[in-house]
Write a protein that binds this ligand. Structure first.
Ligand SMILES: [Zn+2]
Length: 234
């Protein structure tokens, strides 16, 4: 038996009464586990298996096949305040989806787990643009953990530094900003968005509330990073 804190990345109904869970755990990384009677009995796991809840999972390794079995789940924190504001709920959903897409079963990464737990906690009190900033920060850090970060300070093809204060072409397929001599790219990343993204990537999690940004800049930053992610991880 293994005991570890966990979040649910995905839940799929199985048979009459069971559920197959994709979990992100602190000690094992991503794992797939069978939760027997998770659908037929509400008492079986209490409220521990609700969306965005962190819980202590007791897992039994597989005797045959690939799936672990979730034997017990004890709630650590339901993060109930996420459902009070739609932007919190929506961005928590993005975070769990991106994490599922960027990871494979196994490969424990306790630092990434702590980043996940801290991001979900921070979302509980986030308002205005902050939920989107927290999610975008998580995505940049997730890509850094996976070894794929978009090139933002120099051309991804020739390495030349970009002139400060200038907008740049961005090519998600080639891996980041591309100078005009190297052919540019399909997206124009305004210089405000570029500068803000570089600042965000270097920020500490506690400083995200001090990264204010206007809406068009945030939108341009989100669009280019999300496109990059989609090309690298799907
Ligand atoms: Zn170049």
């Amino acid at each position: 038996m293994l005991t570890t804190p966990a979040f649910i990345l995905r839940a799929v109904d199985y048979g009459e009464s069971d559920r197959i869970l994709t979990l992100y755990t602190r000690s094992l990384g991503r794992v797939s586990a069978m939760a027997r009677s998770a659908r037929s009995s509400r008492k079986r796991f209490g409220g521990a298996l609700s969306s965005f809840a962190e819980f202590e999972a007791v897992l039994r390794p597989p005797t045959r096949g690939q799936l672990m079995t979730l034997s017990e789940a004890t709630l650590i924190d339901a993060h109930a305040a996420l459902s009070q504001v739609y932007a919190r709920f929506e961005n928590a959903g993005h975070i769990l989806l991106w994490l599922r897409q960027a990871t494979h079963d196994g490969h424990p990464d306790p630092d990434l787990y702590e980043l996940l737990a801290a991001s979900i906690r921070a979302l509980e009190t986030a308002d205005g643009q902050l939920p989107r900033i927290i999610a975008l920060y998580f995505l940049l850090q997730l890509m850094a953990h996976s070894g794929f970060t978009p090139a933002l300070s120099g051309c991804t093809a020739c390495g030349r530094a970009l002139p400060a204060g200038r907008s740049a072409f961005f090519d998600p397929l080639r891996g980041g900003v591309v100078c005009t001599a190297c052919g540019g790219g399909p997206l124009l990343l305004p210089h405000q968005a570029l500068a803000w993204l570089l600042r965000l990537a270097r920020s500490a999690p506690a400083d995200l509330a001090d990264c204010p940004v206007d809406d068009p800049t945030l939108h341009a930053a989100e669009e280019s990073v999300a496109l990059f992610f989609r090309h690298q991880f799907s």
